[in-house]
Design a protein around this ligand. Structure first.
Ligand SMILES: Cc1ncc(COP(=O)(O)O)c(C=O)c1O
Length: 352
């Protein structure tokens, strides 16, 4: 059976560096908010040209933190695509706000800016909810149409979150989504393009005061500089707001530092794997992925449409090739040409 996502090939590549990084954490023992967390946050921000990065426990909390910091709540409408992983809309009712689902583009599967505009106007016309924010998603790895989405947000005074859990590292005209969004978020779930060895997430922003409020929220609403005088109290016991416990483990940060060091190289390898799939499959599938003009996808998944999807999945399974509906063909940067040829030949041989 070909692995759906082969994490062992990557691990073999950087194993000595990982072992050394883990040993360093075991030696200093600062398991929570240790020095690697700060180092990783700085490196992550530098990687995508954001002012600051705030790490947290997972990519779902990363979406909730900015909404909480902006005090999004009951009566607010938060717009998101109708086709995404459950976490994107899930965080909206956490805050008391109402999710408003917006259609996607049929070619890229990402948020359609024209439908976004129509949905905002419909909410305004109805008058029950106040449009507050938009969460655009980089589905399957490729950036949403940020220039147009950001323009709609600007015109209607809405905040924009880029949910890059699947697409972190992807760019549009050479820029990362944070160039257009108020915040960009990501997940370090192991199968994600930049994945750790457990749960983790991060929020990127250019806004220092937002970063500070989210820093408070991720540690039970601890007091931060903007909350005024501490009067001799330890800020962690001076709880200025209702927060949560959402920190990235030092061990995960140490592992992610090593993975970030090879991430550019892996994104390049993913482009070759995707190009090879496109070449081998375009004429036998209803569609192979279309990337937005000027976009670079991190290819979290390589998704094809086929007129007999379930028949094709059974046919491939019988040949040891795993697929999943929504993530139907194996996709990772360590796929060898031989393995890919086997997959492409098996798809091509299907007559269903
Ligand atoms: C689009 C999207 N948003 C958010 C998340 C949530 O990330 P996590 O699983 O780290 O909470 C995921 C990942 O599963 C995702 O695919």
């Amino acid at each position: 059976m070909i692995p759906f996502i082969d994490l062992t090939a990557q691990q073999a590549r950087i194993r000595p560096a990982l072992d050394a990084a883990i040993a360093r954490v075991l030696a200093h023992g600062a398991y929570v908010m240790g020095p690697e967390v700060r180092t990783f946050e700085a490196q992550l921000a530098a990687f995508c040209g954001a002012g600051r990065a705030l790490s947290c426990a997972n990519g779902t909390d990363a979406l909730a933190l900015p909404l909480m910091a902006w005090e999004t709540g009951p009566g607010d409408a938060v717009f998101c695509p109708s086709f995404t992983f459950a976490a994107t809309p899930e965080v909206i009712p956490w805050t008391g706000a109402t999710p408003v689902f917006v259609d996607i583009r049929p070619d890229t599967f990402n948020l359609d800016p024209d439908h976004l505009e129509a949905a905002i106007l419909a909410v305004q016309a109805e008058g029950r909810l106040a449009p507050a924010a938009v969460i655009a998603v980089d589905l399957f790895g490729q950036p949403a149409d940020y220039p147009r989405i950001a323009e709609v947000c600007r015109r209607h005074g809405l905040r924009l979150i880029a949910d890059s859990a699947q697409g972190f590292g992807g760019t549009l005209s050479g820029e990362h989504p944070i160039a257009w969004a108020d915040v960009a978020t990501t997940s370090f779930f192991p199968a994600k393009p930049l994945g750790g060895y457990g749960d983790g997430g991060a929020v990127l922003t250019r806004d220092d005061s937002l970063w500070e409020r989210m820093d408070s929220l991720r540690v039970h609403g601890k007091a931060v500089a903007g909350d005024g005088a501490l009067n001799g109290h330890d800020p962690k016991y001076l709880n200025a707001r209702i927060g949560m416990n959402s920190r990235l483990d030092t061990l995960q940060a140490a592992i992610l530092i090593e993975k970030l060091a090879i991430f550019e190289d892996e994104i390049a390898a993913r482009q070759s794997v995707a190009a090879r799939y496109a070449e081998g499959l375009a004429d036998v599938c209803l569609s192979v992925p279309v990337v937005i003009d000027g976009g670079v996808s991190t290819w979290a998944q390589y998704v094809v449409e086929h007129r007999n999807r379930d028949g094709l999945a059974d046919h491939l399974k019988a040949q040891g090739i795993p697929t999943a509906v929504y993530y139907p063909v194996p996709m990772h940067p360590y796929l060898t040409p031989e393995t890919q040829d086997r997959i492409i030949a098996a798809v091509r041989a299907f007559n269903g």
